[in-house]
Design a binder for this molecule. Structure first.
Ligand code: S3P
Length: 168
């Protein structure tokens, strides 16, 4: 059981996967991406899980994946934007690792998610409204969990990784 994971949290389009991959190389740790782990374990993709099981079904799978992962090897994990919603997940994140919040404006999130069709929550309504609403609810939660907060707007992934390395 390791307390030394690095958990990247933040909204869709914060760059958690890109930055996590680079950071894992710097730290010489394996990189895991929450959604890809869930897909590998389920044998189904994220849109299918949302379609068939709803968001609640997806959240259960997300928690199961997190529970298994923290008991396994030490990793850099890019969490899903909504992973902070459940209390049990918050507990896992703060107990088993350093939590890094990638703070990102809605404008920047829109730019980074515009070509991606794999996020069901952005297919249901105007993405700007969805992202604004989600950030108003989740922003304070991200802040309350973060050991380290890095502003990512206008910065290159490598620049963000250097800032995280300095802060760790
Ligand atoms: C979600 C974010 C997505 C994915 C799912 C739900 C959310 O992950 O887990 O579509 O609730 O914000 P990313 O933050 O990696 O896009």
């Amino acid at each position: 059981m390791s307390k030394y994971n690095i958990f990247l949290i933040g909204p869709m389009g914060a760059g958690k996967s890109t930055i996590g991959r680079l950071l894992s190389k710097e730290l010489n740790l394996p990189f895991k991406d929450s959604d890809r782990e869930i897909e590998a374990r389920s044998g189904a993709d994220i849109p299918w899980i949302f379609d068939v099981e709803g968001e609640e079904g997806f959240r259960l799978r997300e928690t199961g994946m997190l529970q298994d992962l923290v008991l396994d090897e030490r990793v850099v994990l890019a969490t899903g934007g909504g992973a902070v919603l459940r209390q049990e997940n918050r507990q896992l994140l703060t107990t088993y690792g350093t939590v890094v919040y990638l703070e990102t404006s809605v404008e920047q999130q829109l730019e980074r998610t515009s070509r991606d069709k794999r996020r069901p929550l952005l297919q249901q309504a105007d993405p700007r409204l969805v992202l604004t609403e989600l950030l108003s609810i989740r922003g304070p939660i991200y802040e309350s969990l973060a050991d380290i907060t890095i502003h990512t707007d206008g910065k290159s992934p490598r620049g963000v990784v250097s800032e995280i390395m300095e802060a760790l």
